[in-house]
Design a protein around this ligand. Structure first.
Ligand code: ADP
Ligand code: ASP
Ligand code: MG
Length: 817
């Protein structure tokens, strides 16, 4: 004997029912007798409920809703059953639908809908589907008996979620089944009957429970739950695309996962089969050959300490607080009594060890009622100010880690809360069962998808970590970066297990978002078709999307964009900036961003602010982190100026060489920033700040070599004036040449002071042999006293800068890699 249960999606239309038929035929080859429990056709229960609710509001449109339900059942019959067998089934459907309409008419007239009436109405979902199925089997000459579950399963009168009287129920089931004369028996799930003959239901999702009740009464060898997924999974597959099937799981784990929201099985289902040690197999109607999940007594020793992650939405936290509660017994008893008298189910409980407060999680829908009854129960204490009126917080959710083996592993909660913290998920309350099979955290509902996904990435290592990038700027560096990301996507996935998606791109005109990742081969065209850019809108969308492992990448040179970083860091979104404006603005702003990053567990990285792709800031940070101290910095930090002086060799005018540097993408978007030395001032200031110095632009002296006239007016005037001052530039170079030296624009920092300016460099100096657009930085530290630590290499250019930004992105995305 075997019990098979098919869920709503498995019987949602004729095509799916035919699938079920073939599974039943297979089962009949292996089993002499089978009991088939069926849910209502997918969506029917909800549709019936909503029609009833519309009717209570005195809205006649419930009739249209009922029409749709009737039509879909009639269509299914016509598609499923050969014409010659149809008439009796069609008339059964008509009859049932008339009865539903009669009850709804009553509801409409009375404008009243009791739980008992609701049960009567929704019971028709299962009554219809199971009788249609039975007729289909008959049309195939598979002899079967249809049995109304209300004649077998007896409950109390808790309509909506009735409690089973197992003694009577078991007897009924046994005597009926053992006297059966057909191999197949069809039973509608979900519905039952109280002692007075009223229809009751077993709770939403309760067809699973019907199957378990029957299986336990008959002591069958296995009960099969056929659904639309290939088993119980490590997380809800609708929330986590990488969720994996759990092949073996213990009763306790399955119960815990389902209690905490894994809808694939209705929680009470486990109890009757667990008592009889009957295994439950969860199988996929749409992929019957998949192994599925076996729920049995022992948990598999394979796999990690966490078996699955689940969540419950729409939770409210109730906090009862007050100094009058400390050390006095009975407060929690009274609180729970008040809730239980109103049949309000408590999902989670925490109490602080000071006994100053008790916090319970309940369904959000019950929150207002709970406040009313609890405040009433404690009216006296509230009046004399021993406790405060009940505090209610809504819009919350629970995320729970479940696993039998958790108790043998330390550090799981540390890892859990660390992971949530890094992603800016604020934890409102925590509960851990003493069985250590479950750790639950209460968080904002808006964070649930992100939380479940980051926890899944953290605990189920076979999955990739998904990184979501929002990129501001599509100029020289931005477009190179996008090309590099496109080329490296596979490599990052294979090597670092990072699935890097660009989920947003913006430039000064347009912005574009796609949570599934923008196609990087077509980003230009897609962006052009995007929405008008507006900075505030861009920030709002990123915050609202609330995607996990998000990084904002600024490859602009724009002040407004630099002004936006705090909005990201505050949401634990890391910021990678190629833009120097933020790190070189006021010390106060620089410091604020660094502090925010620390506070919200995010990273603020700007390696490319100095020396483009060269590892200058990273090296400096490593020195300091390991206890070294910077005493002096000497550096050539302008790729542009180095390029200009290296190429100003008498062939082209100074202005022409500068134009060439701009054309090759070495200069800032405004080349005057480079030529004036201001860009170098910003860079040495950033290095000084990173070395621990509180320094501002005014503290840096600039010995500029540019004639004042060049810096007045616009960029065209700048080029024109440089042409007029050709002799000045020639003279600068000649003087150096005659002294056997080279001209370099050098930045220095020592004892809290910094300066920049042109210098004559001897042939022995580290800077003498700097070619092209090279940069060089010399760090003199406590450890590098006489011979400095030297970092040297190409210090400008879109390609190397983009690769530096890329490296920062990887650092931000995978701090542990
Ligand atoms: P049925 O109609 O067959 O009873 P349900 O809709 O009640 O099916 O349950 C199956 C659904 O449960 C799946 O489609 C899936 O979206 C959801 N689900 C939630 N959590 C999990 C989980 N951990 N594993 C598998 N499915 C889950
Ligand atoms: N049809 C019922 C529901 O939708 C029972 C079930 O499907 O298990 O809740
Ligand atoms: Mg279900």
């Amino acid at each position: 004997m075997q019990v098979l249960k098919f869920g709503g999606s498995s019987v949602s239309n004729a095509e799916n029912i035919n699938n079920v038929i073939s599974i039943v035929q297979q089962s009949l080859k292996k089993n002499k007798n089978i009991v088939i429990v069926l849910s209502a056709m997918g969506g029917t229960t909800d549709a019936l409920l909503s029609a009833a609710i519309i009717a209570t509001h005195g809205d006649i449109s419930y009739k249209e809703k009922l029409q749709i339900i009737e039509q879909s059942h009639l269509t299914t019959v016509k598609e499923l059953i050969p014409v010659q067998h149809q008439s009796s089934v069609l008339s059964m459907v008509k009859k049932c639908c008339n009865k539903i309409e009669d009850i709804c008419n009553g509801v409409f007239l009375l404008k009243e809908l009791s739980q008992r009436t609701k049960d009567s109405i929704i019971s028709y979902g299962e009554l219809l589907s199971s009788q249609i199925f039975s007729a289909k089997l008959t049309s195939l000459d598979i002899l079967n008996t249809w049995k109304d579950a209300r004649e077998l399963i007896i409950t109390d009168s808790e309509f909506g979620a009735a409690n089973v009287d197992f003694e009577k129920t078991n007897k009924n089931i046994q005597s009926f089944i053992f006297s059966l004369d057909t191999a197949v028996c069809i039973i509608p799930g979900f519905i039952a009957c109280d002692k007075n003959g009223n229809t009751t239901t077993l709770g939403r999702g309760g067809s699973d429970y019907t199957a378990a009740i029957i299986a336990a009464a008959l002591s069958v060898s296995v009960v099969e739950i056929w659904t639309d997924v290939s088993g119980m999974m490590t997380a809800d597959p609708r929330l986590v695309s990488n969720a994996k099937v759990i092949h073996n799981i213990s009763y306790q784990e399955a119960m815990e996962l389902s209690h905490f929201g894994a809808k694939v099985i209705y929680p009470p289902t486990i109890q009757p089969v667990m008592n009889k040690r009957i295994p439950v197999a969860i199988k996929n109607t749409f992929a019957p050959d998949d192994a599925g999940t076996l729920i049995e007594n022992v948990s598999s020793k394979n796999g990690g300490s966490i078996r699955g992650i689940s969540s419950i939405n729409k939770l409210a936290l109730l906090s009862l607080e007050g100094s009058g509660m400390v050390g006095i017994p009975g407060f929690s008893k009274r609180l729970f009594e008040a809730l239980s008298n109103e049949k309000i189910n408590v999902i989670l409980i925490t109490q602080s060890s000071s006994e100053h407060s008790i916090c319970v999680g309940i369904e959000e829908a019950n929150a207002d009622k709970a406040k009313e009854v609890v405040d009433k129960a404690f009216a006296h204490e509230i009046e004399i100010k021993k406790v405060e009126a009940l505090i209610i917080e809504k819009g919350l959710a629970i995320v729970a880690l479940v696993g039998d083996n958790m108790k043998n592993h330390s550090g799981i909660s540390g890892k859990m809360f660390g992971t949530l913290g890094r992603n800016g998920v604020n934890v409102r309350a925590i509960a851990q069962g003493s069985s250590e099979r479950n750790i639950s955290a209460v968080i904002a509902m808006a964070d649930i998808k992100k939380a479940i996904n980051v926890l899944h990435e953290e605990f189920f290592e076979t999955t990739y970590k998904q990184v979501n990038l929002f990129i501001g700027g599509t100029g020289n560096v931005g477009s190179k970066l996008l090309a590099q990301l496109q080329q490296q996507q596979q490599h990052l996935q294979d090597l670092l297990r990072l699935q890097v998606r660009v989920t947003g791109i913006a430039n000064s005109k347009k912005m574009l978002f796609n949570d599934d990742g923008i196609d990087l081969l077509k980003w230009k065209q897609l962006l052009q078709e995007g929405d008008e850019m507006n900075m505030q809108g861009f920030i709002n969308i990123i915050q609202k999307r609330n995607l996990r492992n998000s990084v904002f990448v600024d490859v602009t040179a724009n002040d407004d964009v630099a002004g936006s970083y705090a909005h990201f860091l505050e949401k634990s979104i890391s910021v990678v900036a190629c833009n120097k404006v933020a790190a070189s603005s006021s010390y106060e702003y620089y410091k604020r961003l660094k502090d925010l990053a620390r506070e919200f567990n995010a990273l603020f990285l700007f390696e490319t602010n100095v020396g483009a792709g060269l590892p200058v800031i990273g090296t400096l940070n490593d020195l300091l982190r390991s206890g070294d101290k910077v005493n002096r910095i000497e550096a050539v930090l302008s790729g542009t100026l180095n390029f200009v002086f290296n190429n100003y060799i008498g062939e082209k005018s100074f202005a022409e060489v500068v134009r060439q540097a701009q054309a090759e993408g070495y200069t800032e978007p405004d080349p005057r920033l480079d030529l004036s030395g201001k860009d170098v001032m910003r860079k040495i200031m950033i290095l000084a700040r990173e070395s621990g110095e509180k320094i501002e632009m005014e503290d840096i002296s600039n010995n500029s070599f540019m004639p004042e006239e060049c810096m007045k007016g616009d960029v065209e005037n700048f080029y024109k004036e440089m042409g007029n001052h050709e002799d000045h530039f020639k003279k600068l170079v000649e003087e150096a040449k005659q002294a056997g030296k080279k001209l370099k624009f050098v930045a220095q920092y020592q004892n809290g002071k910094a300066s920049v300016g042109l210098q004559h460099i001897d042939p022995q100096h580290d800077f003498y042999h700097l070619y092209g657009k090279d940069n060089a930085v010399l760090f003199y530290t406590n450890r590098y006293v006489e011979q400095p630590l030297v970092i040297k290499g190409a210090g400008a250019g879109a390609e190397v800068t983009a690769s530096g930004v890329f490296a920062d992105i990887i650092r931000a995305a995978a701090p542990t890699n």
